[in-house]
Design a protein around this ligand. Structure first.
Ligand SMILES: [Cu+2]
Ligand SMILES: [Zn+2]
Length: 205
């Protein structure tokens, strides 16, 4: 009888240890998921830099290449690159539009990326579309060197610009202040000179 009880006790002890080990492994799995972060670009804890690349093309002769880098979820996005074929010495509207759909050229990229239902504005305005990056400035050769930092756009999370597109317009963005019918929606920036989808890039761009 005594032996029987002892056996039972050691069985329940073994079960207890098994449950404890299982819970420990489960906990480690959960914490690893929450802090590892490298595989999920939308976790706020992720500090891995993300990079993207854009090739701008259109029917107008405007072409360009952009590199986009964000060094962690909460840091500004840095856009660099060059756009050529622009009207010399001009300001040209430069936006992120909501869709990365080029099935009908630049016309199928939708409207300015605006997930918070705001009014069109300048990049430094509190009231702006996320996609409002103002204008690029061309030189006498029609070339614009791009070096923009923006705190609102992001490569991370549910409002990521990845998979959307950049547009260069044929006119100047009036930043919502021009008084035209479309100043508060498009900045009266005219046609779409060139566009390109924002794609995930390798780390060495
Ligand atoms: Cu636009
Ligand atoms: Zn806008």
């Amino acid at each position: 009888m005594a032996k029987d009880n002892q056996q039972r006790r050691s069985i329940s002890l073994a079960t207890g240890v098994a449950i404890a080990v299982f819970l420990l492994l489960f906990y480690m799995g959960v914490t690893k998921q929450n802090t590892g972060g490298n595989s999920a670009p939308d976790t706020p804890l992720n500090s891995k830099p993300l990079k993207a690349s854009v090739v701008l093309r259109g029917d107008s002769g405007v072409t360009g290449k952009l590199k986009i880098v964000q060094d962690g979820h909460w840091n500004p996005v840095h856009i660099t690159g060059k756009i050529t074929g622009l009207t010399p010495n001009a300001l040209r509207g430069f936006h992120i539009h909501a869709l990365g759909d080029l099935s009908n050229g630049c016309m199928s990229t939708g409207t300015h990326f605006n997930p918070f239902g705001k009014t069109h504005g300048a990049p430094e305005d509190a009231e702006r579309h996320v996609g409002d990056l103002g204008n690029v400035q061309s030189d006498k050769d029609g070339v614009a060197d791009i070096d923009i930092r923006d705190n609102l756009i992001s490569l991370y999370g549910v409002y990521s610009i990845l998979g959307r597109s950049f547009i260069v317009h044929t006119g100047t963005d009036d930043l919502g202040r021009g008084g035209h019918e479309d100043s508060k929606t498009t900045g009266h920036a005219g046609g779409r000179a060139a566009c390109g989808v924002i794609g995930i890039a390798e780390d060495d761009i």
